[in-house]
Design a protein around this ligand. Structure first.
Ligand SMILES: NC(=O)C1=CN([C@@H]2O[C@H](COP(=O)(O)OP(=O)(O)OC[C@H]3O[C@@H](n4cnc5c(N)ncnc54)[C@H](OP(=O)(O)O)[C@@H]3O)[C@@H](O)[C@H]2O)C=CC1
Ligand SMILES: O=C(O)C1=N[C@H](C(=O)O)C[C@H](O)C1
Length: 254
């Protein structure tokens, strides 16, 4: 995601690449951030946040929760706005993001694509209509490099569905099944995660009733949708100085 963002920012006429971060042992440290494109951005990849973010108004962060939380502390202290796409946070991590949003403006969303966020609205409607007599299962598939499961998007879908039905995901989620599981608890929301090859990101929510089943599916075929969504989120934050937002806010879907 980092490289795709650098390329998109280089091509945008309303954005300037002001800095680029790498982990301390990254081989790219000290080299130009656009070198992989055979171009010069005149921005060096830095591990030191003070150097890497010295000229930055926004940080677009697609890393790991532990990385994002370090960046969050720095950005909150220095009024740098954040677009956080990283997934896999625990409750404490999410609380830290909410707290930091009192000091700087943040868009935090597990999926930046327009399609997924519109799908969330369809799920809200479906969940209200299929609140009784339909078993709900969320199936996601991603590339072999993905480190967290279920995906942040799948978890968000579960939250949206549970909330639309007046329930809490933590009370009804079933994340794994193996052995003699007994019959399905009708109140549960099940998750299944597939990992393989170069699958960009597929999400299906199955509402399985008696005599019929409904499937709502979103398939990403390119990560470019996440990149464009992130830049859209940055533009949305332009006139905000604090507050926690998500892509529903950015896209006007609330
Ligand atoms: N919201 C959305 O729309 C999307 C969200 N994502 C999420 O974004 C995250 C990143 O995904 P992706 O780009 O595929 O992952 P990659 O592994 O390709 O990139 C993650 C980058 O973060 C760096 N990194 C790892 N640990 C840390 C750390 N502790 N501090 C700072 N940087 C760190 C990695 O460095 P190194 O490689 O050297 O370890 C790497 O450069 C994931 O959580 C993913 O689920 C992904 C796509 C879309
Ligand atoms: O790691 C990925 O690739 C993706 N992660 C996000 C998630 O966990 O939902 C978004 C998208 O599915 C791609």
């Amino acid at each position: 995601m980092g490289r795709m963002l650098v390329e998109a920012i280089q091509n945008a006429d309303d954005a300037v690449l002001a800095g680029a971060l790498g982990v301390p042992d990254a081989p790219e440290l000290g080299s130009d951030a656009a070198a992989f494109l055979g171009k010069a951005a005149n921005v060096l990849i830095e591990a030191d946040l003070a150097k890497g973010l010295a000229q930055a108004d926004y940080l677009i962060d697609f890393t790991r929760p532990e990385g994002t939380l370090k960046h969050l502390e720095y950005c909150a202290a220095h009024g740098i706005k954040m677009i956080i796409g990283t997934t896999g946070f625990d409750e404490a991590g999410k609380a830290a993001i909410a707290e930091a949003a009192k000091k700087t403006a943040i868009v935090f969303a597990p999926n930046m694509s327009v399609g997924v966020n519109v799908t969330m609205k369809l799920l809200e409607l479906a969940a209200k209509s299929f609140s009784h007599g339909y078993d709900i299962e969320i199936i996601e598939a991603h590339h072999r490099h993905k480190v967290d499961a279920p995906s942040g998007t799948a978890l968000k879908m579960g939250e949206v569905i549970a909330e639309a039905q007046g329930r809490k995901l933590e009370d009804v989620a079933v994340y794994a099944r193996e052995g003699i599981t007994g019959e399905r608890d009708p109140s549960s929301i099940g998750f299944a995660a597939i990992r393989g090859g170069d699958i960009v990101g597929d999400h299906t929510v199955l509402f399985a009733g008696i005599g019929e089943r409904i499937e709502i599916t979103h398939k990403s075929s390119s990560r470019v949708t996440y990149v464009h969504g992130s830049l859209r989120a940055a533009r949305f934050l332009n006139d905000k100085s604090t507050g926690l937002y998500d892509m529903q806010d950015v896209l006007g879907l609330r």
